[in-house]
Design a protein around this ligand. Structure first.
Ligand code: SF4
Length: 205
């Protein structure tokens, strides 16, 4: 499975495009899915997700997919289940500190993130902890229920956290508004880096 994880990260761009296509189809059919009942559809959806995401991403079915933020590397494969990684123990060769035979999922995430293009923005967004009530349930249906996909640039591959952070109802957003502003705004990050650079230049002169 390690090989498959690495392959998915190498092909993050088109895998993300595939996710977006799935999102469009599911969004179109959501009125029908709602009529049938998301609860009733959960098991077949989980079976499909296990087959597809399980094979491609070695997904651990947390029910709150954030691979759109992590370069198509499932963070639940981290032995410490770190959603904002990496930990401080990554080995020099990029292997995991807990399992030396496994590439650190966050090293892979960084590689995948670069392949997704952009300026490194998605991986810098702070992710909330996993809600254990959704573990083992369909991540796609979960997102459709929340309606979060409409607000997310990451689509079904990562709108759980985006929605959490951006939603005015989000307790998390209320608790850490300044931090969220800094972590969700690439412009703010760049401004911060420029300020630091200027400060160190003026200190050295
Ligand atoms: S090295 Fe990477 S995969 Fe291993 S525990 Fe730390 S963050 Fe998780």
């Amino acid at each position: 499975m390690h090989r498959m994880r690495a392959w998915s990260v190498r092909n993050a761009r088109w895998l993300k495009a595939l996710y977006s296509a799935v999102e469009i189809v599911l969004r179109a059919f959501n009125p029908l899915l709602r009529r049938i009942g998301h609860e009733r559809l959960d098991r077949p959806f989980v079976a499909v997700e296990k087959l597809t995401k399980g094979f491609l991403l070695d997904s651990k079915q947390c029910g709150q997919c954030i691979v759109g933020f992590t370069g198509m590397s499932c963070p639940m494969n981290c032995p410490k289940k770190i959603r904002n990684g990496p930990c401080g123990g990554v080995r020099g060769n990029g292997a995991c500190e807990v399992d030396p035979d496994m590439p650190c999922v966050w090293v892979l995430a960084w590689e995948g993130n670069k392949r997704l293009g952009g300026d490194g923005y998605p991986i810098q967004i702070l992710q909330p902890p996993v809600n254990h009530q959704t573990i083992g349930k369909s991540a796609w249906l979960h997102e459709l229920r929340r309606g979060g996909y409409r607000a997310s640039p990451q689509g079904l591959a990562g709108n759980e956290s985006y929605w959490h952070l951006r939603s005015p109802q989000s307790g998390f957003a209320r608790m850490y508004p300044a931090f969220i502003f800094q972590t969700t705004s690439s412009g703010a990050l760049r401004a911060q880096q420029t300020r630091k650079k200027k400060a160190s230049t003026s200190a050295s002169t």
